[in-house]
Design a protein around this ligand. Sequence first.
Ligand code: ATP
Length: 253
Amino acid sequence: MHDISPNHPRYHSLLLRDKMAQAYHEGILADTALIAHGRGEAFDYIIGEKTTPPARKAIKTATAALLLAESPVLSVNGNTAVLAADYVVELASLLKARIEINLFYRTPQRVLKVEEVLKNAGATDVLGKEGDDYLPVEGLEGPRSRAHPQGVHRADVVLVPLEDGDRAEALVSSGKKVITIDLNPLSRTAKKSSITIVDNVVRAIPLLINETKKLKGCSRQDLQGILNEFDNDENISSSLNLISQYFKRDEDS
Ligand code: ATP
């Protein structure tokens, strides 16, 4: 652990970076996870490291979709587990959703480590473990196609933070509502998903928890109303507009 002063202007970002580096050294993350994190950092810098109005709208819509779901599943990769395991566990318990491990570079050792991170955060029911049953998601090959029969495979709504484009597309094609959290509004995942939250998982998942507490008492009709009002392409365009305004402001100053 590096000694980072809380007075450093990039304190929070450096803390997260440190957490990721340590998790890599502990074998929880693949080296490529750090590259993915770096790309996220770049986009987070550009949006001002705060949750934007379009992200808030997507978070509210995602919450409505998760509350309406028959079988909601939170799919967790290494980065999400390292950065937000506690929040994932709390959200799953509020929504009565299953948690399923899904790793891009799946190795038995890394799956065990991610499972341990989730269990340490309080998870008692984790799917996608080594030795668990799985069925293939149509359109995908190899370990990426694994889906637990009681989890992602039968889910109607899946939250997939930091997913890759192919998997997001295959999940949508298999008839699921796919919610992603991805700081890059230009990624294939962002474009292919049903609801795209352009925000950092460390901010978005706590906000999903707050929103779930707020909307829990709403009628199905009201929740459906929230969903009907939302247009994902339009919302992504709003995020892109904010990014271009950021560059414009910088040019003008
Ligand atoms: P795609 O196949 O969707 O185009 P990609 O290949 O560009 O994805 P990956 O390397 O698969 O990207 O995944 C990393 C993605 O996750 C990047 O888009 C990055 O911006 C985003 N990301 C990284 N860290 C975070 C984070 N903490 N919160 C939210 N998004 C993040």
